[in-house]
Design a protein around this ligand. Structure first.
Ligand code: ZN
Length: 238
């Protein structure tokens, strides 16, 4: 199995498209995006297809069980049990979540921004993984670079959504962090995963903050939404 997130790798950090960017829908130069995809494909021996959906902050999970897949629209999570199918999501501060039951040979990648997180998209992805043969007790999870609590200032209406979706928690919404509330997106996802039957010791949330480290990882809060994206990918090998 191969799983990774791409770094920017740039000497032009102030350029909103300076660095590795394989995202086709945030107005990057199409030739540069194609070149980055070609580099990715060369890194993946046994690749049948690289699947990168157009994400829309939806709760839609696609099960990829046959190739070719082609262009997927309005999809924010992918699940596959097919070796050689690389499933990827693009993020810039949202949380990329990679999941695997390596014994069953079932993997998932999820784009979990605040809307997806509050809509519990990881639980939807777990359901699809289970349908594809995964067992929750065996699933390992790793988060990619994504925004930290200190950087994730939100409006009161967003804080209210999290308070109502995660009642009884005291480690997701922080009202005394600064002038505005702050949210720990990763913690909210961990709550969902544990509620969904994942062993907390199988969850690695140690990835760096994309906004604190914006020269290394894309950050929409730092660079604006018209900027490159970090790609997080997982692929089963035969
Ligand atoms: Zn940060």
């Amino acid at each position: 199995m191969t799983a990774f997130s791409t770094g920017r790798g740039t000497d032009r950090p102030d350029d909103p498209y300076g660095g590795f960017n394989a995202c086709h829908y945030t107005h990057g130069n199409p030739q540069e995006v194609a070149a980055c995809r070609s580099i990715l494909c060369d890194m993946l021996p046994g690749l049948r297809e690289l699947v990168i959906p157009r994400q829309t902050h939806s709760l839609n999970v696609a099960l990829v069980d046959t190739t070719p897949v082609g262009n997927l629209e309005d999809v924010d999570a992918l699940v596959t049990a097919v070796p050689g199918v690389a499933i990827a999501v693009n993020t810039a501060d949202c949380v990329p979540v990679l999941m695997a039951d390596s014994e069953a040979g079932v993997v998932a990648t999820v784009h979990s921004g605040w809307r997806g997180t509050a809509g519990h998209i990881v639980l939807k992805a777990l359901d699809v993984m289970e349908q594809a043969g995964a067992r929750r007790g065996r699933i390992n999870v790793v988060f990619g670079p994504s925004i930290c609590t200190g950087c994730f200032e939100v409006g009161p209406e967003v804080a209210d959504v999290f308070m109502s979706e995660y009642p009884g928690t005291d480690d997701i919404v922080f009202k005394n962090y600064g002038e505005r509330p702050h949210v720990d997106l990763r913690r909210a996802i961990v709550h969902d995963l544990v509620d969904g039957g994942i062993d907390e010791s199988n969850i690695d949330c140690s990835a760096p903050c994309s906004r604190c480290n914006w020269t290394e990882w894309w950050s929409a809060r730092r660079m604006g939404v018209n900027s490159g994206r970090t790609l997080s990918l997982i692929m089963l090998q035969k």
